[in-house]
Design a protein around this ligand. Structure first.
Ligand code: NAP
Length: 350
């Protein structure tokens, strides 16, 4: 790319906003030039508006950028959104209406029928919804979303098995505390404990999985006709959502066929060598006690999903474990990969 494309972040001062800032440092295609947040932060330099919660200090390249209001005006065409869910609907729509491409991490628009819920390896063809969305809403811009942080781990774990006909799924999560943002779950609640409830999470995992693994049919997505049951739990892990998965497959493949499917799994982002695409999106680990969040989650820049312990399931057909980085593959890295896919499709031209 001759010149990098200017991008901005809506909600740049928050926890996910900071992950975007960090992930975009040194990006070969995108140059972060604009930061937006609430009135509380607007007018201040980023280093003053934002309490930096990630490792190290506020990156120098953005420290002195003056934060702006999240209102259309002089922001660049491509905006990553990490705004608070209570305001994301209005803010993202206003920018899309004003011609911006909003690549959102918020839950607000994910399940709308004309909004792509994108995992570039799994459903790049769902970008065909964009002209439908623009026509429906009269927008020159657009909104594209990425899934919830546990859904992405589940769907990447299931993606290689889709050709065998997924009919039933039971998924149980062990979710990291970083998924609850900052300050997140009180330490008195989570230390040496398990919390068996995360508000709205099970419904999101069930519905988003069916949409992501669904097929593009003309102008709409037909959800995967599988029954998906999720159990969501918060555990005292800092980064990395683990999901144990049982699956029923109509084609009744052998274990060897499934192992080969995991090993061979690759897709459009790898073929196009998108900058944030891991060379192997799904990595099967043969060791009996892997993957583990502390040992594996930071590998491949947090962009791959690690699988292990494939075995027969007495209730459904097979069971296995999947691990993914919730704030990278489940948030900032996912949205950046979405934008890279859109660049490679020519969708950001003009
Ligand atoms: N935390 C996670 O791991 C995670 C994972 C996946 C998805 N998400 C989603 O990502 C979004 C952000 O989550 P977060 O944990 O980063 O939240 P957060 O730390 O509370 O940050 C929220 C951001 O939204 C901005 N904001 C709040 N009210 C605003 C307003 N009226 N106008 C403009 N901007 C406003 C805040 O700006 P100020 O600093 O100026 O208040 C801040 O930049 C949410 O929709 C969440 O559901 C979070």
């Amino acid at each position: 790319m001759e010149r990098r494309i200017e991008v901005g972040i809506l909600g740049a001062t928050g926890m996910v906003g900071q992950h975007f800032v960090r992930f975009l440092q040194g990006h070969p295609w995108f140059e972060l030039t604009w930061l937006g947040a609430s009135d509380r932060s607007a007018g201040k330099k980023y280093k003053e508006a934002c309490q930096w919660h990630l490792g190290g200090v506020t990156p120098e390249a953005v420290a002195d950028i003056v934060v702006e209001d999240c209102r259309p005006g002089n922001a660049p065409k491509i905006l990553f959104s990490a705004t608070d869910a209570s305001v994301a609907t209005e803010i993202e729509r206003a920018f899309a209406q004003a011609g911006h491409i909003v690549v959102s991490n918020s839950r607000n628009h994910r399940m709308e029928p004309d909004v792509p819920l994108l995992v570039p390896e799994i459903n790049p063809d769902h970008l065909k919804l964009i002209p439908v969305q623009q026509k429906n809403r009269g927008w020159s811009g657009q909104i594209v979303t990425n899934p919830n942080c546990s859904t992405v781990v589940l769907t990447m774990g299931l993606a290689a098995l889709k050709p065998y006909g997924i009919t039933r799924v039971i998924a149980t999560t062990l979710q990291a505390i970083s998924g609850a943002g900052y300050p997140g779950v009180p330490s008195m609640d989570i230390n040496a404990n398990v919390i068996p409830f995360i508000g709205g999470e099970e419904e999101k995992m069930q519905q988003e999985t069916q949409k992501i693994l669904g097929s593009m049919n003309g102008q709409k997505i037909v959800p995967l006709a599988a029954k998906v049951s999720a159990h969501c739990n918060r555990v005292p892990v800092v980064d990395g959502h683990t999901v144990t998965i049982s699956v029923e497959l109509s084609a009744k493949p052998s274990e060897a066929e499934l192992l080969a499917a995991f090993d061979a799994y690759t897709s459009v982002p790898q073929q196009r060598k998108l900058p944030s695409a891991p060379p192997r999106p799904v990595i099967y680990m043969p060791e009996q006690n892997r993957p583990q969040p502390r040992k594996d989650v930071e590998r491949e820049r947090g962009m791959a999903v690690f699988i292990g312990r494939l075995r027969a399931c007495p209730a459904l057909d097979y069971k296995f474990i999947a691990l993914g980085h919730n704030t990278v593959r489940g948030a900032a890295g996912a949205a950046v990969l979405n934008a890279e896919l859109m660049v490679s499709e020519g969708l950001l031209d003009g």
